[in-house]
Ligand binder design. Structure first.
Ligand code: SF4
Ligand code: SF4
Length: 267
């Protein structure tokens, strides 16, 4: 079965359309931007020239991309009135069958065929766990589903504490699901412009991605037992984040997961 990550029954992602590719990647900045685009495109005639003109006007409003190698498409918006689902507003399914993606930053074939690396790495079970923990937050889902190392290391750290692999049935217990969601939400709570936004990578001088590491030697301390999680959330002091504070926070949230896991209940 083909793994589906972009539009799932309860989750949606727009990361490869540039959703987080801005200095301020937080939900508070992204949500009004998506609303503005959605409202503008709803009023736009369903023709390529009209969509191209609207896309140009929206692109001129910004924001500037943080990674120059990743484009920011102004045709990404909300697919529903409740603003619970992000997606392509130029897709035929959003336009009564009219194909308008050529007005975006890629050609139609690229938009149609592209699958991010998570499709090759994640299992359906991991994708379902990510969906269950982040619903109904599209902002968090996209941040986590595109950071395989972070998701895996977080689930692995919880399993190491509880002695049991995290399974979908465990998430039917609300306290545990909420505690796990809090752990994953570390991705969402970083300071604007934080290196942690793109997982273990940072923008290079040429606009490409460069792997990040935490220089424990320079800090004269041992490698953290949560090194992968911390690297993925940008806990390198050189990035401006506080390594010790983030390490403590990771530990606190992991312990909360363990406590919630051990609460009596079904599953
Ligand atoms: S980043 Fe991956 S999961 Fe997200 S929309 Fe793009 S291809 Fe889909
Ligand atoms: S046109 Fe392509 S890049 Fe733009 S929002 Fe749609 S799928 Fe994403």
């Amino acid at each position: 079965m083909t793994l589906r990550l972009c539009q799932r029954p309860r989750a949606s992602c727009g990361a490869c359309c540039g959703l987080y590719n801005a200095q301020d990647h937080g939900r508070e900045a992204a949500a009004p931007l998506l609303r503005r685009r959605t409202e503008r495109l709803r009023r736009t005639e369903r023709t390529l020239p009209a969509f191209r003109a609207a896309a140009a006007a929206l692109a001129a409003e910004g924001p500037a991309p943080l990674f120059r190698s990743v484009r920011v498409c102004p045709l990404l918006g909300y697919l529903d009135e409740a603003e619970s689902r992000v997606g392509c507003l130029a897709h035929p399914l959003a336009n009564g069958g009219v194909e308008l993606r050529a007005a975006g930053v890629y050609d139609v074939m690229t938009c149609e065929m592209f699958l991010c690396p998570s499709h090759a790495w994640l299992t359906e079970e991991e994708a379902a766990l990510c969906e269950a923990c982040t619903t109904p937050d599209w902002h968090l889902y996209g941040l986590v589903v595109t950071d395989v190392e972070f998701l895996r290391s977080a689930l692995g750290a919880v399993a190491a504490l509880t002695g049991a692999r995290v399974e979908a049935r465990h998430l039917t217990r609300q306290p545990f699901r909420q505690a796990l969601a809090r752990l994953l939400a570390l991705k969402q709570e970083l300071a604007p412009g934080s290196d942690g936004l793109f997982g273990a990578f940072k923008p290079g001088r040429d606009g490409g991605e460069v792997r990040r590491t935490i220089d424990y030697e320079a800090l004269a301390r041992e490698t953290s037992p949560y090194d992968t999680i911390l690297t993925c959330v940008g806990a390198d002091p050189r990035s401006g984040n506080d390594l010790d504070a983030l390490e403590d926070e990771v530990q606190r949230r992991l312990q909360a997961c363990e406590r919630a896991f051990r609460l009596p209940g079904p599953g």
